[in-house]
Each structure stands twice: as C-alpha cells, then as structure tokens.
Design a binder for this molecule. Structure first.
Ligand code: 13P
Ligand code: SF4
Length: 339
C-alpha cells in the first residue's frame, strides 16, 4: 500500500458533515480506499473538491500517484503521453499537475494561457537531471546532421534544443518517423537500448537512467518465474534491456494497464513503480498482482495536503520563458503530430 501518510490538522477533521458530503465519493472509490483510510483522507478530498470548484481547476495525475490522489481527486489520469495530449484540451483556468516537474512544464508549454501548478516543485526526475541544454548543444556539434529526439522526461531547456520529443509509448515510432539512418535518442540509455533492439535505425544515446527502473535485475524476473511459472510479466522500457528480455510485454504505464485490462492474466507482475499495481488492481478484478516495492521518491512528494495548499494559494505556479517555450513547444507538438 502506498498512500502517503497525511498529517491531520485541526481544520481537516472527519466531522459528520464531511462524512455526509463525501459519502457519494466513498461509494465510488471504496474498492480502492479502505474504510480505515477514509476518515483520514476524506477531509482533504472534501476541501480539494471545494477548491477545484472555487478556482475552476482540474487535476491531472500520473499513473504513479498514490491511490488517494489517483482515485479520489484527479480529473485526468494517464501516462506522460496521455497527460500531454489531454493538457492541450483543458478549458479550466487552472491545472494542478500531480506528477513530476517535467510533466507540469509540458502541460504549461502545451496550454500556455492556463495557470499550471505543481503541489511540490521539488518533485524532480533522475532522467531530467541527467542532461542540460549545453550538453545537447555539444551533442549536436559532435554529431552533425544527426536528428536529436529527447525523451519527454527532460527540462523545457533541453526540449528547446532538440528536433522532437518522445515518450515510452511512442519512442520507436518517433525515431523511425525522422527518416534518418542514425538518431540520437537521449537521455535514457536503457530506453535507447530497448528501442535499438526493435529498429534498423542506429541509435546513439546519453548516460542517463531512471533511478527506479535501473534497480530491476533479470534475476528478479527469473525468481518470479521460478516461484510462479504462470505469472505474466510486464516491464517498463526504462528497465535495463536484459530485464525486458525476460518479460512477456513492454509498454508505457498506460500500455501496461491496458494490457492487463484486455488480457486479464490470472497472475501478473508489473516491473515498474509500485503505485501502478495499486492503481489498476481494483479495475482488474480477474487478475492477481505480484507487488514490487520500487517507489519513485519524486512522484511521492505529491500529497493531498500539498494539493490543498497549492490550490488554496494558487502557489507553485510553473513558468517557462517564451524564448525557451517556443522551441520546446515545437518539439512536443512535433511528437504529438507524429504519434
Ligand atoms: P510513462 O510515460 O510510461 O507514464 O512513464 C513516465 C515515467 O516517468 C516512468 O518512469
Ligand atoms: Fe523519473 Fe524514474 Fe521517477 Fe519516472 S520513475 S519520474 S523516470 S525517476
């Protein structure tokens, strides 16, 4: 279970009024949140629902958010690609992005007239931190004529220097859409190595990696197979290639969720961040999950309490300088057009 502990403050008590107002919400989420958890969560959910109305705000949440955020307060959920595409269509005045910083920046780039807030601006990403715009300029100099595709898990500065972006849902397609024999796919060396195995395009990369997915070893999957030969194993493409070699399927977070919903395996292991299994298990009653506990510390910086605070004060707004925003936006728009 990965619901973040919420310190209860006086003004957020589970009063009879809160219980009554929130009863329909509990009815909707009771397969995801236990009756023991609800009195702690409900006062925050109540306040967030009130604030969303008052501020004309919507909440976008990544698949790695905790169950309380994912099921109780979010309006739009998905993988990085889905959140980017849906962020473009938001009509509300305010978007609260429950995810990591590059996701909030992407939402701002794609819908610049909206106020975009992130409940904790310190929610980073080891991939985004692995490369700077100056590094990309140097790569361009060292590899003249080679198109550069960046994984969306990068800063707007980095996106402003590249030709196109990709996500884990479309990396192969985007690389091949460039019509070049050689492509720089940065900064995730494992995503790049995994794509390289599936295409004739020569892939050059960068030494970045996800601090969560790099922890998985092929022996982890071999052990699962030994203990549970019937288990279907799905792995995220940020895992090392030898891990993907052992898996039955590889896909983005939404790709994995769709696989389980469609194929209904009796037993499944999701080789990715641990909230994924938490979030989809209630919608997949035919499947049992082998849980991992590999948590992204950045995603887990987002809590219900921080959502209340940022909505109440409209604080932690995300800004991108227009000099950077214009080319960065073009690289994301190019990806959306090509996917
Ligand atoms: P997805 O695009 O598959 O949701 O992945 C984002 C991410 O950060 C995975 O670690
Ligand atoms: Fe970044 Fe890895 Fe966390 Fe995804 S799971 S946000 S890639 S550190």
């Amino acid at each position: 279970m990965t619901v973040a502990a919420q310190p209860l403050v006086d003004e957020f008590e589970y009063t009879p009024e809160v219980a009554e107002r929130m009863a329909p919400v509990f009815e909707r989420v009771k397969d995801h949140i236990t009756a023991e958890e609800w009195p702690v969560i409900a006062p925050y959910v109540d306040e967030i629902i009130r604030l969303k109305k008052e501020k004309n705000a919507v909440i976008l949440a990544h698949n790695y958010q905790t169950r309380d955020i994912f099921h109780c307060v979010s309006d739009i959920v998905g993988d990085s690609l889905a959140l980017a595409i849906k962020a473009k269509e938001v009509e509300a005045d305010v978007m609260v992005v429950c995810g990591v910083h590059f996701m909030a920046e992407t939402a701002k780039l794609l819908n610049p007239s909206k106020k975009v807030l992130i409940p904790d601006p310190e929610a980073g990403c080891s991939l985004a931190e692995s490369i700077t715009a100056a590094d990309v300029r140097q790569l361009r100099k060292d590899n003249p004529g080679v198109p550069i595709c960046t994984y969306v898990n990068t800063s707007a500065d980095v996106k402003s220097e590249v030709d196109i972006c990709c996500t884990s849902a479309n990396a192969k397609k985007i690389v091949e859409s460039l019509g070049s024999d050689k492509v720089l796919l940065i900064p995730d060396q494992f995503l790049a190595a995994n794509v390289a195995k599936t295409t004739d395009v020569e892939i050059l990369t960068w030494a970045g990696q996800c601090e969560v997915h790099e922890l998985y070893k092929k022996e982890d999957i071999q052990q699962i197979r030994k203990d549970h030969p019937e288990c279907v194993v799905l792995a995220h493409p940020e895992c090392p290639p030898e891990v993907l070699d052992e898996a039955d399927f590889s896909g983005s977070t939404t790709g994995m969720a769709d696989y389980v919903k469609e194929k209904k395996p009796e037993l499944v292991a999701l080789i990715t961040e641990c909230s994924m299994s938490d979030n989809i298990r209630a919608d997949c009653p035919d499947s049992e999950f082998i849980m991992s506990c590999t948590m992204c510390p950045h995603m887990k910086k987002i809590t219900l309490e921080k959502i209340v605070n940022c909505l109440r004060d409209l604080s932690n707004e995300v800004f991108v300088d227009e000099d950077i925003a214009k080319p960065a936006r073009a690289s994301i728009e190019a990806m959306i057009a090509a996917s």
